[in-house]
Design a protein. Structure first.
Length: 211
């Protein structure tokens, strides 16, 4: 029962942390107050994306600072197996995703935020193809592609998107597949002048259509 509740909290925080929505971070964090520290760190990290959507860099950084120490807090109960992927790499990747969103909101700090995002997203996006969590690797690989494209590095943007695309056989999430359409849309204008981009776009156009 407790494990089911913990998983529900994590899912709820991801919904609240969806950078395409206008989430309310306090709701998820309040619900997670009795969850193990590692789960609270994941909830807080995902909830910080709400601050990114709002362009609130100060609150975003404050949440990040509050999140990391939770990973070093010993759990007061055995953790479910699904929580094994909650580590510094995962929290960094979520923060990197938020920085990409913040860069869209704060154009004066855009370059610095994107460069930081690239560094934080890199490890999760380059997760080994036979290691978990493939779903997170796919999603954050797509965000890394967006970051590279935004900094003007077309080759790295293509490489990141293609690596994310290769993870599809291990990922069944419709939302993850839908996220890969964002690199497609961003890279489409470069298609006429880049064979590598054209090849990638052709593969991305074969993605399953959401039902």
């Amino acid at each position: 029962m407790r494990a089911t509740r913990i998983r529900s909290l994590s899912h709820r925080s991801e919904v609240f942390g969806n950078a395409l929505d206008a989430p309310q971070p306090a709701a998820a964090q309040e619900s997670a107050t009795t969850a193990p520290p590692a789960v609270r760190s994941l909830v807080a990290a995902r909830s910080s994306l709400a601050h990114a959507v709002a362009g609130d860099l100060t609150s975003f950084h404050r949440t990040r600072e509050d999140t990391l120490p939770l990973l070093d807090t010993p759990p007061d109960m055995p953790l479910p197996r699904w929580t094994a992927y909650i580590d510094r790499i995962e929290l960094d990747a979520i923060t990197g995703r938020g920085l990409v969103v913040l860069a869209e909101q704060l154009p004066q700090q855009r370059h610095r935020l994107l460069r930081h995002a690239e560094r934080l997203l890199h490890a999760r996006a380059n997760t080994s193809p036979d290691a978990p969590p493939q779903r997170s690797a796919l999603r954050h690989g797509a965000w890394l592609s967006l970051a590279h494209h935004a900094t003007g590095d077309l080759d790295l943007a293509v490489d990141a998107a293609r690596l994310a695309l290769r993870r599809l056989p291990a990922v069944s999430s419709a939302r993850s597949v839908a996220l890969l359409r964002r690199p497609h849309d961003e890279l489409t204008p470069a298609g006429p002048r880049s064979p590598a981009v054209r090849d990638l776009l052709n593969d991305l156009r074969r993605l399953p259509t959401p039902s």
